[in-house]
Write a protein that binds this ligand. Sequence first.
Ligand code: UTP
Length: 290
Amino acid sequence: MKVKKAIIPAAGLGTRFLPITKAVPKPMLPIVDKPNIQYIAEELKKAGIDEIIIVVSPDSEVITRHFGERAELEKRLLSDGKQKLYEIAKETRSFNVKFVVQNEPNGLAGAILCAEKYIGNDPFALLLGDEMIYNEPNEQSCVERLIDVFDKTGKSVIATMEVFGDDVSKYGNIGIESEEDGIIKVNAIVEKPSVSEALSNNAIIGRYVLAGGIMAKLKALKPRNNEIYLTDVLDELAEKGELLASAFSGIRYDVGDKLGFLKANVEYALLNEELGEEFKKYIKEISKKL
Ligand code: UTP
């Protein structure tokens, strides 16, 4: 079965980014002039995903407004002859998005389950709302790579990147059974291990394609600390030899972290058609003082 749907969980508290996240959900923070969640929606559209389910918190109407219509603004831009700005404003409502509310921020697995009525038993892509991946225009994106592996194997597949030293403790970590043509067969998962507990140098990042039936598996889980964990389902799949992982091309930014957010903004500003040259001059100038 083809992957046609995706979930973007965007209902977290975003405590690492207080105070801005008191009123603005983290996935709405801008990378130059566009919220991170729109870059993710663009990655999905390019990969041929035709239905995006965004999980929002009860007070996140700013996300729904972003993907909705603002008729007065569009009318004004058109009547002022500002065609390019009109296209930019219109673009944000070109995605096929549905919203579901997560009333309690009870974790990632809870957020995924909120989308059950739209996913049913189908396979789906899962892209965390606070990570972004830069790809060259002609490069295969991370989610395209995962869909490709799923199409070939029918198995759930997670994106992985290499990490070293103390960084292994910041991410979920995978045990590697075997690797062929860039597809890793995963035999175990450990959550944020100490350096000595790590099974490999491969960290799990926020891009997944999950095979049909995941919702039922999530619902069958026993809560730990009053929460259910996606990792527990991934671990179950790994034990049965039903979990794969794949590296991706491109540069990943953890934009839910202040430093990652700043790096993404600097690099995207340097690439920006309008600002890039001026900004480069500024960076060169300021770096002399560092
Ligand atoms: P994080 O682990 O970054 O959590 O969530 P968070 O609450 O957003 O942020 P911090 O750690 O407090 O700063 C990863 C992704 O999962 C979503 C978040 O919105 C983010 O996109 N998420 C997390 C939910 O949708 N619901 C949750 O209950 C938790």
